[in-house]
Design a protein. Structure first.
Length: 277
């Protein structure tokens, strides 16, 4: 497949560090599908977290290694093949805009639970397919894939607010917090990227993070973003661009006993019998 020659611009999701504010600083974090490490870099900058990233792209990992504590080229559908599998556990596992790119997101999600430390959290961010601009387009008979955004041409699975929560429940996740990224102005970002892409830079800089660090974007983030987010919170199903949740896996008693059996080599039947005596 021929790779695209268009400039790539990063824009970090500010709600990823925001939803982790109540947790301690300096946690160990696994960023699944980390890309070039833009979100992990934000978690390190804002909360002092120690972030390890995995991604299939060698080019992305080359940049992620300059930003994160560790970064590995790896297939996120096979966490059992990670170089650190079996030797490390993480306080938080982040799935930021990665699950919608997978054929079986539930299997990939649940297969990572074994990498969580006791009491660990899962953070998931997904785009909202029912955002207002997509609804209008479908109403007009259009469903056109794009290079970025909700209808990114690499998206395989699509979620609404309701189907996302159902997906989380079926993956045995207990949601403790949820946030949204606003979507009133966000649908225009692909157009903004195209404008910047004509020169391959923003603010005259040749760097993928140049939009995110530019003066106009910082002005928007500091002054307009809070207002836009407050408005979108009134009708998230229509106006949210992304849904972000923080959750904990709900592990059944039988699953815990099976894990105990593996560790101490005690027959599971014997444990159950003694528990009921």
């Amino acid at each position: 497949m021929k790779s695209s020659q268009r400039p790539y611009f990063e824009i970090a999701n500010p709600e990823i560090p925001n939803i982790l504010k109540s947790l301690p600083r300096g946690l160990s974090v696994l960023d699944v599908g980390c890309g070039s490490g833009v979100h992990g870099a934000e978690l390190k900058r804002v909360h002092g977290h120690r972030v390890t990233g995995v991604d299939l792209s060698e080019q992305s990992i080359a940049k992620a290694k300059t930003r994160l504590e560790d970064a590995y080229v790896a297939d996120v559908t096979r966490p059992d093949l990670y170089p650190f599998f079996g030797s490390r556990r993480f306080d938080v596992i982040v799935f930021s805009d990665i699950l919608e790119h997978l054929y079986d997101p539930a299997s990939v999600l649940t297969s990572h639970y074994q990498l969580l430390a006791p009491g660990g959290h899962v953070l998931i961010s997904l785009p909202n397919i029912a955002i207002w601009n997509v609804r209008l387009a479908v109403l007009a008979g259009r469903f056109e894939y794009q290079d970025t955004g909700t209808l990114d041409r690499t998206h395989i699975r699509f979620f609404t607010r309701g189907s996302f929560r159902r997906f989380a429940r079926e993956a045995s996740l207990d949601i403790s917090k949820s946030r949204i990224t606003p979507g009133i102005l966000r649908p225009f970002v692909p157009w903004i990227k195209k404008v910047y892409g004509r020169t391959g830079s923003a603010d005259g800089r040749e760097d993928s993070s140049s939009i995110m660090e530019s003066g106009p974007y910082q002005f928007y983030l500091n002054w307009f973003y809070p207002i836009e987010r407050a408005l979108c919170s009134l009708w998230p199903g229509l106006l949210a661009f992304q849904f972000v949740i923080l959750a904990e896996p709900v592990i059944s008693i039988s699953h815990q006993l099976q894990a105990l059996q593996t560790c101490v080599s005690v027959p599971l039947e014997g444990v159950l019998e003694r528990q009921h005596k």
